[in-house]
Design a protein around this ligand. Structure first.
Ligand SMILES: *Cc1c(COP(=O)(O)O)cnc(C)c1O
Length: 407
């Protein structure tokens, strides 16, 4: 007999009834389990795990992580403010992004973050000006673009010379030298993030080798550094592909950076920590058949979970309470007026009827955080399950939330 789907023992169907659909449900235990796995893998003393907020910036999710001493990686002033509000220690926050404004730099300086991951010479000069104005030297690392190919979706590769991220080695050295000369800049080390959803070790190892090469040059010039930040991008398994082995990743990085035990190693996982800890629950509205396809129309759509439409991403999907009967190949689609609006295509599923709840898996990362109000659809509610208790952590939006800001 197929089993009813539960989250920390709570039936998904009951959560859908209680909080409505579409609904994101996160499990605290699942998040902590992933964090523990990473901590065990990265044995090098001083290693910091800085959670990449953009995967899921919900305050309750952030609090689960910062309560255990994790740091944060942010890519905007908004994320920085949310990380601080959730309680991440300023000295555990790193700030990346190619287009930080001076106001965003100012916030980071005022609050005393660990480091700015600087991505261009012009940005470094802007940071220096902001630091001089504040009379407070700015800690910075240089984001290196190692020009490595990470076999992943072209939209989520960031470490190639044609990508907008980071700088190449000669510029990185030039920026570190500038840091040494300026009394308003405080050079911390190197940063590198080559993309997202990377499943093999190869690209990480090549990126680490490129970073180590620049570290050797810095050392030769007598430029001290204290941070080596290898970014995130640790792939998770949604179906066939194996998950990245974080223990082997840790070993490879620790081996590459073993000549510099004084430098702290940082990693910035987003997806790895939260993807599998989240479900998107949706209710079946209608079914229909064309001469070519069977469709199941549900009340969640591409505005709630963009990844299938945006990247052709595979998300597991299953009924919360599987019915008996022959399984059929169906397309699970939402109400948005785009043929690209689908959650799953040609999936073999048990019988579904209007009113049934389906659960889309691996929805804890880049789910709600990439959601929109497209088609004037209020955004979904979010719930955190902790110790078998469910708590609303973001109320469902209303149409007023969409319309009232308009003048
Ligand atoms: C997006 C991002 C991450 C996290 O990526 P994941 O694939 O979610 O692990 C880490 N660092 C930087 C700089 C990023 O832009």
């Amino acid at each position: 007999m197929p089993e009813e789907l539960t989250v920390e023992g709570l039936p998904a169907a009951a959560l859908a009834r209680r909080f409505g659909t579409p609904l994101f449900v996160y499990s605290r235990a699942a998040i902590l389990d992933r964090l523990t796995r990473l901590r065990r893998a990265f044995a090098r003393p001083g290693t910091a795990i800085c959670y990449a907020l953009k995967a899921n910036p919900n305050q309750a999710v952030c609090r689960v992580l910062c309560a255990t001493g994790a740091g944060a990686e942010v890519v905007s002033g908004g994320e920085l403010a949310r990380a601080l509000a959730a309680g991440f220690a300023p000295r555990s926050i790193v700030f990346s992004g190619v287009g930080k404004t001076e106001a965003e730099m100012d916030l980071g300086l005022r609050r005393g973050i660990l480091t700015f991951n600087v991505e261009s010479c012009e940005e470094l000069l802007a940071l220096e000006r902001a630091a001089r104005r504040r009379r407070r030297p700015a800690p910075f690392s240089v984001r290196l673009n190692p020009d490595v190919r990470a076999r992943t979706h072209p939209h989520v590769t960031t470490g190639r010379a044609e990508n907008k991220f980071g700088v190449e080695a000669p510029q990185a050295l030039e920026m570190a030298r500038r840091g040494r000369r300026s009394r308003w800049l405080d050079f911390q080390g190197l940063h590198c993030h080559i993309g997202s959803q990377i499943h093999d070790l190869g690209p990480f190892a090549r990126a680490a080798a490129a970073v180590a090469e620049v570290l050797r040059r810095l050392q030769a010039e007598g430029i001290a550094f204290s941070l080596v930040d290898m970014g995130g991008g640790l792939g998770v398994s949604c179906g066939a592909e194996p998950e990245l082995d974080c223990a082997r990743l840790a070993q490879a990085l620790e081996r590459e950076f073993s000549p510099w035990p004084q430098a702290r190693l940082l990693v910035e996982p987003g997806r790895y920590l939260v993807a599998g800890a989240g479900l998107l629950l949706a209710r079946v509205l209608y079914r229909k058949e064309t001469s070519r396809r069977r469709f199941v129309i549900v009340d969640a759509a591409m505005n709630d979970l963009a990844r299938p439409s945006l990247y052709g991403a595979f998300h597991p999907i299953a009924p919360a309470r599987p019915r008996k009967g022959p399984r059929r190949r169906v397309d699970v689609v939402g109400p948005v007026c785009e043929s690209g609006d689908f959650l799953a295509r040609q999936r073999l599923l048990p019988p579904l009827q209007p009113g049934d709840i389906v659960a889309v898996g691996m929805a804890g990362a880049y789910g709600f955080s990439m959601s929109s109000q497209y088609n004037s659809r209020p955004r979904a509610a979010e719930v955190l399950v902790e110790g078998g208790k469910a708590r609303l952590t973001r109320r469902r939006e209303t149409v007023d939330d969409i319309v009232l800001p308009e003048l």
